[in-house]
Design a protein around this ligand. Structure first.
Ligand SMILES: *Cc1c(COP(=O)(O)O)cnc(C)c1O
Length: 358
């Protein structure tokens, strides 16, 4: 893949060290774009100045929501190297998402090379303060101008970059989670296993409801019986019950998280039994009441690990581990972030130095 470069004439001032970066508020000077058409396939891979994309009002994405995305980070190691974490997993998941939505599929090597190239070009934007990173948002949308439902004849693949702050500036903190028993996120045969905008569009109502009640995110139940635990908002979720870890299987409705897979790998290496099984919400609440639920945490790229301190299911409140971060939760957080930022030796081949990826 040949990538052309058009340099921005005007560069933005980078946030000063010490500025609270937040999440997804700042964007770098350039972005990656590539077109796909039915006639020519992918072409015009390019790094161009960051800015508005003009599109026809009949662009199919605006009407039928053919849109998929990924989420990953570039980490600045203490010695200045810039590291990516398992980028080929994001590339493969992007293919699975696009296949489900009948969209063009970016080959794994091209996806990884596009990410590497744009991050390398914008490397001065990778922040170096503790816990900060450069969030990478690859996405694709249907650009064909046509009203009428069919797979689009043209797509745009884009990557934008955003320096983001430490998720836990004051140390890892438990969150309160509302168990959603009215709205559902996914059902078998649907798009639950894909990262598509549509999944999120339909989830916002539940998020708004949870926030009104003072909860940070929702825990989704299965879409058929509203009986089994699936995942939390933008994270997979794991429970430590009687010293075993249980999490929902990736059998169509749950997003196969890169963090989830990495955490399961670490847990198994540490000798834990990890059961990828359907867990009934009634059994989870029972385990919380009788004390066998020892820890609960969400896993995802943004937070890495997010301890769950409280669950509210139909008005019944379960407080987990006295609303404190559990020992295993903390150890997983320290280990995985240690590997991602290059402070702990990577024995799995997960971490890639962008300078050595060409
Ligand atoms: C992205 C995402 C996750 C977490 O995936 P990671 O690869 O670990 O970041 C979990 N659930 C949903 C719904 C997601 O969109």
């Amino acid at each position: 893949m040949k990538i052309t470069i058009e340099e921005a004439k005007v560069k933005k001032a980078k946030p000063q060290p010490g500025t609270p970066l937040g999440f997804g508020k700042y964007f770098t000077d350039h972005m990656f774009l590539m077109d796909w058409t039915k006639e020519n396939g992918f072409e015009n891979a390019r790094i161009v100045p960051y800015g508005p994309i003009s599109m026809d009002p009949a662009s199919m994405v605006l009407h039928y929501a053919q849109e998929t995305f990924e989420g990953m980070k570039a980490y600045r190691a203490k010695d200045g190297r810039i590291l990516l974490f398992r980028p080929e997993m994001n590339a493969k998941r992007f293919i699975n998402s696009n296949r489900r939505l009948c969209m063009a599929e970016v080959p794994v090597e091209d996806f990884v090379e596009a990410v590497r190239a744009v991050v390398e070009y914008e490397q001065d934007w990778v922040p170096s303060e503790e816990g900060t990173s450069l969030y990478i948002r690859p996405f694709m949308f249907a650009s064909e101008a046509a009203v009428g439902v069919h797979p689009a004849a043209s797509y745009t693949f884009a990557i934008i970059l955003s320096p983001v702050g430490a998720y836990y500036p004051q140390g890892v903190n438990p969150v309160k989670i509302y168990v959603e028993d009215e709205f559902v996120r996914a059902t078998k045969g649907g798009t639950g296993f894909t990262k598509c905008g549509g999944n999120y569009a339909s989830s916002i109502a539940a998020q708004v409801k949870a926030e009104k009640l003072g909860y940070t995110q929702v825990l989704w139940l299965d879409g058929v019986e509203r009986k089994y635990v699936e995942e939390v908002g933008t994270m997979n979720v794991m429970f430590k019950i009687n010293n075993e870890i249980i999490t929902a299987p990736c059998d169509g409705t749950v997003l196969p998280g890169v963090t989830r897979d990495s955490i399961i790998t670490l847990l198994k290496e540490w000798g834990y039994t990890v059961r990828e099984e359907h867990l009934a919400i009634d059994d989870l609440m029972e385990a919380a009441q009788n004390g066998s639920l020892e820890e609960a945490f969400g896993t995802g790229t943004a937070a890495v690990i997010s301890p769950v301190g409280e669950l509210n299911y139909k008005g019944n409140i379960a407080v987990i581990n006295d609303f404190k971060t559990g020992a295993l939760t903390q150890k997983l957080y320290d280990t995985l972030t240690g590997i991602q930022w290059g402070n702990i030796e990577d024995t799995h081949g997960w971490v890639h130095d962008i300078a050595k990826m060409k």
